[in-house]
Write a protein that binds this ligand. Structure first.
Ligand code: CTP
Length: 406
């Protein structure tokens, strides 16, 4: 079980109704259920009769404390009219896998089994993860049903192309559990506290080339910026993530990812992205200096001793932002300091005209999964935070950003 206080999940305390229809991909629903339960969601499960032949209800019941039902008419102590009770308490209805048959029923509003009756009764948002053979997916009947469900506000994740149960290869494969969970967290966050806001996040370190194979760089892993981007997405924001070279999985649901290498590229991308944005979270570790000359050919050691390396200043991105920004943009800087944490952070806050600065002692938490940061705002308030996961720090920073005066 994940420690929720240390690593707050977007699924914590959410009520998910998981519908499982009769496709061989039903086994993937078990992994989805397992993650949801571990991350603190309450999950009820409805299997169709066909799904119950492929994976037994007992498998699901062993994982969730919620109801696991198949039969519309079986007596249920927990849900006395199941299709009404389950429909009402759901924050979201996820049907994974969704077969062509089940989608056709939903599109037509049929209610001939517990899953279709509950889908008709609920006003919760609907997420469908289709799974079927290519021919069924591509059939005009299925496509019409999909279009109609989309028009009514349903969200689809997948299907993907790849190996199918028949042995053939083509479109129709159910999206993998982590992709489905990504779509689900996005849907649950859709009306979150940052809905309608546009947030720009920079992450990772920049690299300044010395020659075609060497660069000056730093140890930034990008994890803080990625955690911020994910937390903002989870709260309903539209996010642009501008990142230097990092080896991290993309945040779930991110549409706007700008990959850069140098400080100059990051400056250009950031200035372009802030137009119309509500907040800039400048978590990137931007190089302050770059080699004054970049050799066109690889520098050879035979050329003798390398006694000096002339460097020149890069532009300070936050200074450029301060000059160009619209008055509505909240700007949050990050200060990596090896000494005098608060005093240096306060100085940077003033010099860079920031609304908030996140001061980070280095190397203590550089690249680590956790951070111990101090928040300093324009009014002079200093808030030291306990050492906690970068996800928890990111949520706390966003809470502070929401509080800033426009
Ligand atoms: N920053 C920036 N452009 C740069 C360098 C830094 O926008 N060329 C931003 C960082 O993304 C961070 C903040 O400025 O949000 C503070 O970065 P830091 O490296 O701590 O500060 P510097 O201004 O570079 O000061 P110093 O290196 O002297 O501590």
């Amino acid at each position: 079980m994940i420690d929720q206080a240390a690593h707050p999940s977007p699924f914590q305390d959410r009520r998910v109704l998981l519908g499982v229809a009769g496709s061989i991909a039903a086994f993937k629903a078990v992994s989805i259920l397992s993650v949801l339960v571990q991350e603190g969601a309450g999950v009820d499960v409805i299997l169709t009769e066909a799904a119950a032949k492929l994976v037994t209800p007992l498998t699901f019941q062993a994982i969730t404390a919620g109801s696991v039902l198949t039969d519309m008419f079986a007596p249920q102590p927990d849900a006395h009219i199941p299709h009404v009770t389950l429909a009402e308490r759901a924050d979201v209805l996820l049907i994974a896998p969704a077969t062509a048959h089940t989608m056709a029923k939903l599109s037509l509003g049929l209610a001939d089994n517990l899953l279709s009756a509950t889908a008709l009764s609920t006003s919760a948002p609907l997420l469908l993860a289709p799974a079927m053979e290519s021919g069924m997916w591509l059939h005009p009947a299925t496509q019409e049903h999909v279009a109609r469900l989309r028009e009514r506000g349903a969200t689809f994740v997948g299907p993907e192309s790849g190996h199918l149960a028949s042995g053939a290869s083509g479109v129709g494969r159910m999206a993998e559990p982590d992709v489905v969970l990504g779509a689900l967290r996005l849907l649950l966050g859709r009306n979150g506290p940052l809905a309608g806001k546009r947030i720009v996040v920079t992450a990772g370190g920049t690299r300044e080339p010395l020659d075609p194979v060497r660069f000056l760089g730093n140890h930034s892993s990008g994890r803080m910026g990625f955690a911020l981007a994910q937390a903002a997405l989870d709260q309903g924001a539209a996010v642009t993530l501008i990142a230097g070279p990092v080896s991290l999985p993309r945040p779930y649901g991110l549409r706007d990812y700008v990959s850069v290498t140098t400080a100059a590229q990051m400056a250009e991308a950031t200035l372009a992205a802030i137009a119309g944005a509500d907040a800039l979270l400048m978590a990137a570790a931007v190089a302050d200096f770059r080699p004054a000359n970049t050799a066109e050919q690889k520098i050879k050691k035979e050329k003798g001793a390398f006694t000096s390396l002339p460097l020149e200043r890069t532009s300070d991105i936050l200074a450029l932002v301060a000059r160009e920004k619209s008055p509505g943009l909240k700007v949050i800087g990050f200060a990596a300091e090896t000494s005098d944490l608060v005093a240096n952070a306060q100085d940077k806050l003033r010099r860079k005209a920031l609304d908030l600065i996140v001061a980070n002692p280095v190397p203590a938490t550089f690249g680590a999964g956790e951070s111990e940061v101090t928040l300093v705002d324009r009014a002079g308030k200093v808030t030291p935070l306990p050492r906690q996961s970068k996800r928890a720090v990111a949520l706390r920073i966003l809470e502070e950003v929401r509080r800033l005066e426009p």
